[in-house]
Design a protein around this ligand. Structure first.
Ligand SMILES: Nc1ncnc2c1ncn2[C@@H]1O[C@H](COP(=O)(O)OP(=O)(O)O)[C@@H](O)[C@H]1O
Ligand SMILES: Cc1ncsc1CCOP(=O)(O)O
Ligand SMILES: [Mg+2]
Length: 274
């Protein structure tokens, strides 16, 4: 890297990317699970993007090429939806994958690996999902469904290997998020633990990554790190008024909508690991 990318530099980069989302309002096609549709659409809209939850195979040739980015999430995978996922991922738009519960079954793991071969710009999962994908394993004894049974740091080497083998930026979320292209590793340390108690926050932040990629497809590593940090920052601000998961969900979305330059540039915690 030519210039020194300090914490302050990342704060400015995050603000520039959020501003680009607000100005360009990228159209993001989301083929996502039934649990996450509402929170993902609301998070995208609050951030300034334009979500569209379309998953009909017959609509993809007309609609997907007009999108700025595509978001594919296998959380409530079915045989019926997989062809739409394949088609949308192959439509030539930058796209982002959320491999929810990748190890749940052989069918799901195969679907995730097949989608991974269609060159997503970014894959964001929790540590257990990234470990399962990297080892192509659907039979872990510590498997806990959609929740992680590992800390994000435990999946860091797996994330690097997966970035190398797939060509995608890999983001592992957790108390600290790690984002890597196989060479560089960034950490994003925003967020509060209560975010794990709201279902589909992971899905929502992956949708936000797709919006950031759609607004500026030139640097998927920065887009993923900044989206994760900004979502976490909204969680921190939301937690100041929240009484529990339900009110945090509301206050997080409000905070995302209201973020200003000073709050983002001083609040984002992104660092390049040595
Ligand atoms: N212990 C934690 N402290 C702070 N933020 C967290 C913590 N756990 C998860 N997050 C944040 O919550 C969001 C969802 O992450 P995670 O729970 O890992 O995903 P998933 O819901 O897919 O399992 C991310 O933005 C992540 O940074
Ligand atoms: C509970 C559940 N079941 C299938 S998808 C889903 C939501 C998972 O959301 P996240 O991965 O963000 O926790
Ligand atoms: Mg998840």
């Amino acid at each position: 890297m030519d210039e020194e990318r300090t914490g302050a530099w990342w704060g400015r980069r995050a603000w520039a990317l959020l501003s680009a989302v607000r100005e360009r309002s990228p159209l993001v096609q989301c083929i996502t699970n039934l649990v996450s549709m509402d929170i993902a659409a609301n998070a995208l809209t609050a951030a300034g993007a334009s979500p569209a939850m379309l998953h009909c195979l017959r609509e993809i040739p007309d609609f997907t090429p007009r999108c700025h980015a595509v978001y594919i999430n296998v959380g409530t995978l079915s045989e019926d939806w997989l062809p739409s996922m394949r088609a949308a991922a192959s439509a030539g738009r930058p796209w982002v994958l959320d491999p929810v519960a990748a190890a749940a079954s052989g069918f799901r793991m195969e679907a995730c690996l097949e989608l991974l071969a269609l060159r997503p710009a970014v894959v964001r999962g929790n540590a257990s999902e990234i470990l399962a994908l990297a080892t192509r394993s659907d039979s872990s004894t510590s498997f806990k469904g959609v929740d992680s049974s590992h800390d994000s740091g435990e999946a860091l080497q797996a994330a690097k290997a997966l970035a190398w083998s797939s060509g995608a930026v890999i983001a592992v979320s957790g108390a600290v998020d790690f984002i890597t292209d196989g060479e560089q590793v960034l950490s994003a340390s925003n967020g509060v633990a209560m975010m794990q108690k709201i279902t589909a926050t992971g899905c929502a932040v992956t949708a936000l990554i797709a919006a950031f990629v759609g607004a500026d497809p030139s640097d998927a590593l920065a887009a993923a790190a900044c989206a994760l940090a900004i979502f976490g920052l909204a969680g921190e601000i939301g937690m100041e008024s929240a009484k529990g998961p339900a009110s945090l969900r509301m206050h997080l979305i409000d905070a995302l909508y209201g973020l200003d330059e000073q709050t983002v540039t001083s609040g984002v915690k992104i660092a390049l690991l040595p």
